[in-house]
Design a protein around this ligand. Structure first.
Ligand SMILES: Cc1ncc(COP(=O)(O)O)c(C=O)c1O
Length: 441
């Protein structure tokens, strides 16, 4: 394709809207998931059109205080709730400012480059999380990805969705709508009675025991935000694969995951998890722009899109909801992936897990505090939930804030005090948090 015709295509793609893209998006064309080779996030970001003179602040990725300095959160408080909705790093803010200025001053030119900027985000996602760029649809949140996943599946009366009693509202509601739309039944299963003692074997075997001949979807959450329990997704994928061995076509089980509290909190490539689809907001543990997320799909064929795309040809584009967005946030997502890649995904996760382990160990010693999250890192990630004897979680959150510790309360019927150590916190702040929580009882 010549430069001119490519620019023309990019132009109609975003500036011309859905009508101009009809030829690209009308079908379920077999599609090149994995069409573009992945490159490193920083390389792709540097080369991308529209990046122009974008100059992101430098930092020392080996020095945790330099990493922490990239966040605008005040340092007079220990920030254990930063993962709930990300504060923007200096790099993400610089990219947002850059793209916003371009949109404000020459919207047409900025939109012309939009499709290439989206492609750069997909490449950065694949470089960071594994898989290929064509396996990443771009969304606005975990909830959008969950809705595209469960809203796009085709089921029939008599089919069953095997789910759990540990999922967040977004999954529960999306599954209720799936059942309403298709007549399929829901089969919620309890995978553990006491989160603190959950094990890989127990979680996997309870799930396996609940699979029936009618199961068509397994719908779970990677890390439960109400307890901090992390499900063994790879082991569950093996159970699904075994159940699928003699099934074909519409009888095959699709394995769908709300992955938001595992994404950037567990060091694994998404394809190695073994699931079919995974939805994750990139505005939590990745500390990407607020209002961004990804839906990863091994193969998009089973999903029908819900919203017409504006993103151009290709299957991941088909699953990327159209309409004009706050593009400055979407395009700045490349910088969040690049930030983590500079530090090292493994080092970021290790920093999170080390602090979570220290927090659990410290609090386990305290009379009147019950650590709800398992100690074993195999079945936990960054979230640490605790029960404070005789105190409502919301009151505990308020009392901790007075002592310079920012925490949150879990938004579930059974609520707990929740702390999320991350690259925004330090081991010293974990010690201070142990002291502060101990002082509540
Ligand atoms: C497990 C889980 N899934 C989904 C969400 C919603 O995420 P988002 O705001 O990205 O839709 C949350 C909480 O915010 C959550 O805890």
């Amino acid at each position: 394709m010549t430069t001119t015709s490519r620019r023309a295509l990019l132009g109609v793609g975003l500036a011309g809207g859905a009508g101009a893209l009809a030829g690209c998006t009308s079908g379920r064309d077999p599609a090149p998931a994995g069409d573009t080779p992945s490159t490193s996030a920083s390389t792709s970001a540097a080369a991308m059109p529209g990046r122009g003179d974008l100059d992101v602040p430098d930092f020392d990725p080996r020095d945790w205080s330099s990493v922490r300095d990239q966040f605008p959160l005040p340092t007079d408080r220990a920030q254990f709730a930063a993962f709930v909705l990300s504060p923007h790093t200096a790099q993400v803010s610089a990219a947002i400012d850059h793209h916003r200025a371009r949109l404000d001053t020459d919207t047409e030119a900025a939109l012309l480059e939009g499709q290439a900027l989206e492609e750069a985000v997909r490449r950065a996602a694949a470089s960071y999380a594994g898989g290929s760029p064509g396996q990443f649809a771009l969304t606005d949140s975990t909830t959008t990805g969950i809705s595209l996943m469960y809203g796009g599946l085709d089921l029939a009366p008599g089919d069953e969705v095997l789910t759990t009693t540990h999922d967040f509202y977004s999954t529960e509601a999306a599954l209720r709508l799936l059942a309403l739309r298709t007549g399929a039944g829901l089969r919620p299963t309890t995978l553990y009675d006491d989160p603190a003692t959950a094990t890989v074997d127990q979680l996997t075997s309870r799930l396996a025991d609940a699979v029936t001949d009618r199961t068509r979807v397994v719908a779970v959450t990677w890390v439960h935000s109400g307890t901090g329990v992390r499900l063994p997704i790879t082991e569950i994928a093996a159970v699904v694969a075994e159940a699928n061995r003699d099934r074909s076509g519409s009888e095959r089980i699709r394995f769908c995951v709300d992955g938001v509290h595992g994404f950037a909190a567990v060091d694994v490539d998404l394809p190695d998890l073994g699931c079919d689809f995974l939805a994750a907001g990139t505005h939590k543990w990745l500390f990407g722009p607020r209002g961004t997320g990804v839906l990863w799909g091994r193969d998009w064929q089973p999903l029908t899109e819900l919203i017409p795309t504006f993103s151009g040809p290709g299957e991941a584009q088909r699953m990327t909801p159209g309409g004009y967005h706050d593009f400055e946030h979407r395009w700045a997502l490349s910088e969040a992936f690049a930030f983590h890649e500079r530090i090292g995904r493994d080092r970021v996760v290790a920093r999170t897990v080390e602090q979570a382990s220290a927090l659990k160990e410290g609090l386990a010693e305290v009379d009147g505090i019950r650590v709800v999250t398992p100690r074993d890192p195999e079945v936990s990630a960054g979230i640490v939930c605790v029960d404070v004897r005789g105190m409502l979680p919301a009151d505990a959150v308020a009392a901790l804030r007075e002592q310079g510790v920012v925490a949150s309360a879990t938004p579930y019927r059974q609520s707990y005090l929740r702390l999320g150590p991350s690259i925004v916190t330090s081991p010293e702040e974990v010690d201070a948090a142990v002291q502060a929580v101990s002082g509540l009882v």
